[in-house]
Design a protein around this ligand. Structure first.
Ligand code: DX5
Ligand code: ZN
Length: 216
């Protein structure tokens, strides 16, 4: 199943409730948390995520681009949050953190930046419900899709099939109706799209187009 998760990084933060309504037909809401340290940009934290969870019925997919997720990530495992994604580059102990998130009743997901390898993730794949392959350098919306990340998706999908586990494989960065099928063909099934959805006069139409592109 193809899932479309619009990123509210491209929404109007001052009119967020209105902009959440515009994506009511999506499968989840991608919420980017940035600390101006792990990435050179700043968004918001837990109080905003709590309010977002109250005003939307969609499951939240929280993408933590922060230092020290070992300390902070478990706090995001609240009602309405389906998955918490932390970065491999930032965590001290990915497996302990993933187990802690699962124990708190949320899906555990690990993200890798474009320059980060996936050997450790492949080795411990059953510890994670989702892997996020970044197809841009994290920090900003509106960047170009990096097609050279596709071998990571192929390796992860292959390993998940070998192991017979259900793995959500997410891509984030530069996803459009043109690039989505490339990532889908490589094994991705959860697609984050910020500027492609909110840069459109009708986000609902763009969500439908992206979903159709994923069915190929
Ligand atoms: C980038 C964020 C993305 C961002 C994607 O660091 O993690 O979620 O919103 O934006 P687009 O879809 O415009 O590349
Ligand atoms: Zn993101």
């Amino acid at each position: 199943m193809v899932r479309i998760h619009p990123s509210i990084l491209s929404a109007d933060f001052v009119n967020l409730e209105r902009d959440l309504e515009k994506i009511a037909t999506a499968d989840g809401v991608h919420v980017d948390i940035m600390d101006a340290h792990f990435v050179p940009n700043l968004t918001f934290g837990l109080p905003m995520v709590q309010r977002i969870a109250e005003v939307t019925r969609l499951p939240l997919d929280v993408h933590l681009m922060i230092d020290d997720p070992d300390t902070w990530a478990p706090q995001y495992a609240i009602d309405g949050v389906e998955s918490v994604t932390f970065h491999a580059e930032a965590t001290r102990d990915a497996i302990a953190l993933a187990r802690e998130l699962r124990a708190r009743g949320t899906r555990a997901a690990i993200a890798v930046k474009p320059g980060t390898g996936i050997d450790r993730v492949l080795e411990h794949l059953p510890e994670f419900d989702m892997v996020l392959i970044m197809t841009v350098e994290p920090g900003f919306g509106g960047q170009a899709f990096m097609g050279e990340m596709m071998p990571k998706l192929e390796a992860l999908r292959g390993r998940a099939e070998e192991l017979g586990i259900e793995l959500a494989l997410q891509v984030d960065g530069g996803i459009t109706a043109e690039t989505l099928p490339i990532a889908a063909a490589s094994g991705a099934n959860v697609f984050v799209a910020g500027s492609a959805v909110y840069g459109h006069a009708s986000p609902a139409d763009r969500i439908a187009e992206l979903r159709a592109a994923g069915k190929g």
